[in-house]
Design a protein around this ligand. Structure first.
Ligand SMILES: Nc1ncnc2c1ncn2[C@@H]1O[C@H](COP(=O)(O)OP(=O)(O)OP(=O)(O)O)[C@@H](O)[C@H]1O
Ligand SMILES: [Mg+2]
Length: 309
């Protein structure tokens, strides 16, 4: 079974009287595999929410097709098997956490003892058992995000779609959400979430896709995308380098930053490390440290965004 598949999925909006066209999503071809955590990365306005709304049937595509759990997105019965956390969820503030989850469970036709049990389990999972009798209007942002996640899981979905689940959360809140996402994967669920928070993606995603201005620019594991041995630059700290030595290092492409008696040399072309080290030693300098910097997902993301603008 394929949780998500799209073929040339496209959405155009027409704006204002001039009917100016905005292509929010441009011929998206994507396959999300069963049981994986897929991170959908993109800058503001890249088309992440549009994609998610198309997948959930909240918007109709201008062109192309998509399938959720092997069924066309026009088939409303797939909603039974999908959990969804919207970008800006609306909460019935005067309900307690328990009432809120019970209400959503009833929408899915659950009731009685199984629903009570499910609500208890979910409150436990998102660490809100102690707050179960508290009205949502008294919840902090992190607590709201967690109850929103619990709501997305009430129907025990095979596929969970989350639109920016970590946005607006502090580091602890983000870690909580990451842990919940990882536990969903352990239960065998597929998780598709959008974000622009890169470290979160690097930590938990099996694969990522990078969306720039409605176009999918790259898909793969973080390792595939940033390259296994991808050393992007080298920084060395050198002591005792003479002025002439520093000038020569600059001529060889090193960027120099003086730090008291020591000098920080940054080299953006790692293939020149050997000759720079040799130069340092030849000019009477001493190598204090040498640190290779790997290319990160952030480097790649910024490159893709720049290339796509
Ligand atoms: N209903 C709409 N009418 C007109 N244009 C829209 C509509 N919804 C989205 N857009 C446009 O489509 C583009 C993509 O928007 P979308 O909300 O999908 O981006 P996003 O990646 O979710 O951004 P963010 O990170 O800010 O949430 C934007 O240029 C946006 O202005
Ligand atoms: Mg969005």
């Amino acid at each position: 079974m394929t949780p998500i598949r799209t073929d040339g999925l496209t959405k155009e909006f027409r704006l204002g009287l001039g009917r100016q066209r905005v292509v929010a999503l441009d011929r998206l071809n994507l396959e999300v595999h069963q049981g994986e955590i897929f991170g959908f990365l993109g800058h503001n306005g890249a088309g992440k929410t549009t994609t998610i709304k198309l997948l959930l049937g909240l918007l109709a595509p201008t062109a192309g097709q998509a399938w959720i759990l092997d069924r066309p997105i026009e088939d409303v019965t797939i909603k039974q098997q999908v959990g969804f956390l919207p970008e800006a969820p609306y909460f019935y503030e005067y309900l307690t956490a328990e009432e809120f989850l019970t209400f959503y469970g009833q929408l899915f036709g659950l009731g009685g003892a199984p629903l009570t049990k499910k609500v208890e389990e979910l409150l436990e999972m998102v660490a809100l058992t102690d707050a179960r009798r508290l009205q949502l209007r008294k919840f902090s942002k992190g607590m709201l995000q967690r109850i929103g996640l619990a709501q997305a899981l009430i129907n025990d979905p095979a596929l969970v779609v989350l639109d920016e689940p970590m946005s607006g959360l502090d580091p602890i809140g983000r870690r909580d959400v990451r842990d919940i996402i990882l536990s969903l994967k352990e239960e065998g669920k597929t998780v598709f979430f959008s974000t622009h928070i890169l470290p979160d993606v690097e930590m938990i995603c099996d694969r990522v896709g990078i969306l720039v201005r409605g176009r999918l620019r790259a898909v793969g594991t973080v390792q595939d995308l940033v390259g296994t041995s991808g050393v992007a630059s080298v920084e060395m700290v050198v002591a005792g380098l003479t002025d002439a030595g520093i000038q020569e290092a600059e001529r060889q492409g090193g960027k120099v930053l003086r730090r008291g008696a020591q000098v920080l040399l940054r080299l953006d072309d790692p293939s020149r490390v050997d000759s720079l080290v040799e130069l340092v030693l030849r000019s009477g300098g001493r190598l204090v440290s040498l640190v290779p910097h790997k290319r990160t997902l952030e480097d790649l993301f910024l490159e893709q965004v720049k290339a796509g603008l």
